[in-house]
Design a protein around this ligand. Structure first.
Ligand SMILES: *[C@@H]1O[C@H](CO)[C@@H](O)[C@H](O)[C@H]1NC(C)=O
Length: 330
């Protein structure tokens, strides 16, 4: 249905452009403007039967995900919303106005639905610019294109960092109207002009309709997957190598007297790297990423290894035995 409307829109636009070019003059547009502003009441919902809901056909174009703030749980997204509806109080015969079948008027002149975010992360404000031209057709079809940078809340779960995926929902409601408004969405969010985020892969983007106690709202569900290569290459592999080096302290002969020095050097190197690591871990206490515990345990182990080095090999005869075998092979 949305596609049909889109096609019809395109078709109308083409016809209109040719029409306007051929016949419509400025004075025709002026008399049409006077007719529209004189006949509409921008404060009334333009449905001829006021018991019937006004149907808003929405389509979405996702431009980019500008960021996901894990600490404050905020999703920044650049989105364009196309809203189409039929204004029953507007209709004209193009022949009476020099063939003009479509006109662009400022949104403050006619009734337009005010869209707001249902889950705002910042302050509540109307989506889009305050007063932009809307396209009105002679049949009463109105098309309002609303681009904006949205800041919505998103429950971020970093338990499995850096292999985590996040599900964020953007809720859109029409302020002031409950069941007087009926939404219609296509299901898919257009990502043709989506520009990739350098930290998150957009796995899926869907739109749907939900209801919150009689208040209908649109749900845009975005699935994001973290790009983990940076963390693997720069964070985990160096730490892992240092931990291995630290464990290899037992390869040194006990009598060489180098063990403690070696272990402490490893621990210091590890500590320096941990500072870098902690800067790149998500700052979150709810929930704490598992990897934070893992790194902590490794650090404590490294510390134990270097502090109680003299005692451990003597207490665990098994370990001693293993390393004696290792040493004998060298
Ligand atoms: C308006 O809509 C209501 C609900 O659909 C219906 O019962 C009523 O008959 C309609 N009135 C007119 C004048 O069409």
């Amino acid at each position: 249905m949305a596609i049909i409307i889109l096609f019809r829109t395109l078709l109308f636009t083409c016809i209109t452009i040719s029409y306007v070019g051929e016949c419509g003059s400025l004075s025709d547009a002026q008399s049409l403007y006077a007719y529209i502003t004189g006949s509409v009441n921008k404060y009334l919902r333009p449905e001829s039967n006021q018991s019937e809901p006004t149907e808003l056909v929405l389509s979405f174009h996702l431009k980019s995900i500008s960021g996901l703030d894990e600490v404050h749980g905020v999703l920044y997204s650049a989105l364009s919303i196309n809203v189409a509806w039929i204004d029953d109080s507007i209709s004209w015969n193009p022949n009476s106005y020099g063939g003009i079948s479509e006109i662009k008027l400022h949104s403050s002149l006619i009734w337009v639905p005010d869209l707001i975010l249902g889950n705002p992360a910042n302050r509540i404000s109307r989506i889009g610019l305050a007063d932009v031209p809307v396209t009105i057709k002679s049949t009463g079809h109105v098309i309002h294109i609303i681009p904006d940078l949205l800041e919505s809340t998103c429950d971020v779960d970093v338990t499995y960092f850096p292999f985590d995926s996040q599900k964020c929902v953007i809720e859109i409601i029409v302020v002031g109207y409950m069941s007087d408004i009926k939404f219609k969405v296509g299901g898919k969010i257009d990502t043709t002009h989506y520009s990739e985020n350098n930290l998150w892969i957009l796995a899926s983007a869907k739109s749907g309709i939900s209801d919150m106690g009689g208040l209908p709202f649109v749900r845009l569900s975005l699935s994001l997957k973290r790009r983990y290569s940076f963390f693997i290459l720069n964070l985990f592999s160096p730490v892992l190598i240092m931990i291995m080096l630290n464990i290899m302290v037992f390869m040194l002969p006990p009598d060489s007297g180098e063990r403690v020095g070696y272990a402490i050097t490893c621990l210091l190197a590890l500590s320096v790297y941990m500072t870098f690591a902690s800067e790149n871990l998500p700052v979150s206490s709810k929930p704490i990423p598992i990897v934070t515990y893992v790194l902590l345990v490794y650090n404590v182990k490294g510390f134990q290894l270097s502090t109680f080095l003299k005692k451990i090999p003597n207490q665990f005869t098994c370990t001693r035995h293993v390393f004696r075998i290792l040493n004998s092979h060298q």
